[in-house]
Design a protein around this ligand. Structure first.
Ligand SMILES: [Fe+2]
Length: 301
């Protein structure tokens, strides 16, 4: 369906971590992000000019705090606010202090039905004075976030039918790969069926296939658990490697992804729910893959 606002991109992911210093070290020294600034309340890490692609918050349990999508303009944000209210979503305003802290001009938040997953729409994140310099890995961007849900149809319905995401590929009853139209990337978000609602993984796209191989050896040397890959996904054709962060949350590097035109894009393919759909090279995920990361719930009214 057509919605009255346009996405620019997946902007950032906010993670809850149980040891802020330990996770900051991991995402800086092993994943290769740069710290933009750090306080006791949160650490902002970047992989581009933008102030943050990842926010780490100290918490009792590891998990997904929220996902931030950038819209194209302030006018889009205003239209989104009206539209979401009409769709029955309760809008959570972001305070002036928090906007300032997050180096963002304007934002709103809302929660999905059933899962309680918090989505933020924002416009304009501060560009840092110096470019991101890849020390370890040529990270192009935060690529996507994947969620497991026990309400697959409800979550897919919200993203596709209310929030304007387009389905790029579909594995019946198991997975939907969603692009934040008109952003061209095959998926900025994916929804997987699961026993409950939790984070499956976050992804960083790299610009050189050598970064996948180097990362595998770097992680092994640091005793970081590799939980899937290296391999190649059939849906996005990406070459991938998955590993665990210090809390056991799954992180992915991937190389390559199909891009879609704004108009005239191909229809979503219906993919067979078979292991080779996940990896055409034949590797299988370990039991720890995509297990840790509860979805933070809002304060009950
Ligand atoms: Fe992925």
């Amino acid at each position: 369906m057509t919605i009255p606002f346009r996405y620019r991109r997946l902007g950032y992911v906010a993670l809850n971590v149980t040891d802020l210093a330990r996770s900051t070290t991991f995402y800086r020294d092993l994943v290769g992000l740069d710290v933009s600034d750090a306080t006791e309340q949160r650490v902002a890490l970047r992989c581009a000019r933008d102030h943050h692609a990842v926010l780490l918050y100290p918490a009792k349990a590891p998990g997904l705090k929220r996902i931030g999508f950038e819209l194209e303009s302030s006018a889009d944000l205003a239209k989104a606010r009206t539209y979401l209210s009409e769709q029955g979503y309760a809008i959570e305003d972001v305070s002036a202090d928090e906007l300032k802290d997050l180096r963002t001009v304007a934002a709103l938040r809302f929660r999905l039905p059933d899962s309680g997953l918090c989505i933020e729409y924002f416009v304009q994140m501060m560009h840092m004075a110096t470019p991101f310099e890849a020390r370890l890995t040529r990270i192009e961007r935060l690529g996507h976030v994947v969620i497991n849900t026990s309400s697959f149809d409800t979550m897919l319905g919200a993203f596709r039918d209310q929030l304007g995401f387009k389905v790029s590929d579909f594995v019946p009853g198991f997975a939907a790969f969603l692009r934040a139209w008109p952003n061209p990337l095959h998926h900025s978000l994916a929804v997987l069926t699961g026993p409950d609602h939790h984070l499956n993984h976050i992804n960083f796209m790299v610009s050189d296939i050598d970064d996948i191989g180097r990362a595998m050896n770097r992680m092994k040397a640091a005793n970081v658990e590799i939980v899937f890959g290296p391999g190649r996904h059939q849906p996005s054709e990406s070459i991938f490697l998955y590993f665990l962060d210090p809390d056991g949350m799954t992180v992915e590097y991937s190389f390559g992804m199909e891009c879609f035109p704004e108009d005239g894009a191909r229809e979503a393919r219906l993919l067979e729910p078979a292991p080779k759909t996940l990896d055409t090279w034949g590797s299988v995920p370990t039991p720890a893959f995509g297990k840790i990361g509860q979805i933070e719930q809002g304060i009950e009214a």
